[in-house]
Design a protein around this ligand. Structure first.
Ligand code: NAD
Length: 295
């Protein structure tokens, strides 16, 4: 998509942080936006602010973990305009402490919001984006932690790896269509994610070490990059057709170390007699491509 002007964007987690910042950057370039968020009042307040500046903006209450909620939001979105930009972005933080002591509810909730919701998002809009024949674009928010995992929540990190995996696989699947795809890999940004996580957690408030970690993370993220800069970069990526959206180059050195560690572990074949996998055959059997159109 070379120009977002005149397009309608559906943004999950649109009431706050990176979702709202991207909405602002989109309307600045002449797009219409639908701010979908579990915080319906927050979404309405944000949409009202955008409308008061002359933007075309709609707020929808949406719980991204509920397929029924997606069906209702999808219907209302279609009345507003044909969605050609889908930003599947809502996310929450995970638990903390030793993995074996994780609260199962918090674990499931993390996966439901951060990973599983992308299926519902695509089920709601992707078919019509493809069928429109118009240039459309899907952006999925993963995180830098899905490449360089710091010692933070296993639930959060692994759900963001799942999200990156969804985007990588979809990149192949969408290669032959007019739907572009980007995966957003931010480092730290000064959003409300720690507070939102605290407010939305399905079980009782954090106590002990979990509370201390959450408090410390709030302080660390407060010094993070401005969400507005990231929102502007997302819009640039949509218009450029960039797949990777890396906003924090200071992580590159660590990414190189992680990749070198992995590549260094490739040794000789476990079966020296084996001719090697028929990778071309695997791709042909599935009628697809790998890494989009690049291989
Ligand atoms: N802030 C960072 O440092 C950072 C870094 C990397 C990735 N991310 C990712 O960016 C995305 C946006 O987070 P943010 O930092 O802007 O946080 P944020 O809390 O400011 O915004 C997230 C929004 O998602 C909404 N949300 C949460 N659960 C929802 C649900 N079930 N249904 C619908 N909406 C829901 C919240 O109400 C909130 O408005 C997330 O996926 C997050 O994991 C953030």
């Amino acid at each position: 998509m070379t120009d977002v002007a005149g397009k309608t964007a559906f943004i999950t987690g649109g009431a706050s942080g990176l979702g709202l910042a991207t909405a602002k950057a989109l309307v600045a370039k002449g797009a219409a936006v639908i701010l979908a968020d579990v915080d319906g009042d927050g979404a309405e307040a944000a949409a009202e602010l955008l409308r008061s500046d002359g933007a075309k903006a709609l707020a929808l209450q949406l719980d991204v973990t509920s397929e029924d909620s997606w069906a209702a939001a999808g219907a209302k979105a279609r009345e507003f305009g044909p969605v050609r930009i889908l930003f599947s972005n809502a996310g929450v933080g995970g638990g903390s402490g030793p993995f074996e002591e994780y609260d199962t509810e918090v674990w499931r909730w993390n996966y439901a919001v951060n990973a599983h919701a992308h299926l519902y998002a695509c089920r709601t809009f992707l078919a019509e984006m493809k069928a429109s024949g118009e240039a459309s674009h899907l952006v999925i928010t993963s995180s830098m932690v899905a490449i360089v995992p710091p010692p933070i929540s296993v639930a959060y990190i692994s759900s963001k790896y799942a999200t990156l995996g969804i985007a990588m696989a979809l990149r192949n699947e969408l290669a032959e269509t007019r739907v572009g795809i980007s995966v957003l890999m931010p480092g730290m940004s000064a959003t409300r994610i720690v507070e939102t996580t605290r407010e939305l957690r399905p079980v009782e408030v954090e106590v002990g070490k979990a509370a201390a970690t959450s408090q410390a993370m709030q302080g660390v993220l407060a010094g993070g990059m401005s969400p507005d800069k990231i929102g502007a970069r997302v819009v640039q990526a949509i218009e450029n057709g960039d797949y990777w959206i890396f906003t924090h180059p200071e992580w590159k050195k660590m990414a190189e170390l992680v990749t070198a560690d992995m590549l260094g572990a490739f040794g000789t074949s476990a079966d020296p007699e084996y001719r090697g996998d028929d990778i071309d055959g695997l791709i042909a059997a599935n009628g697809g491509r790998m890494f989009g159109a690049r291989i």
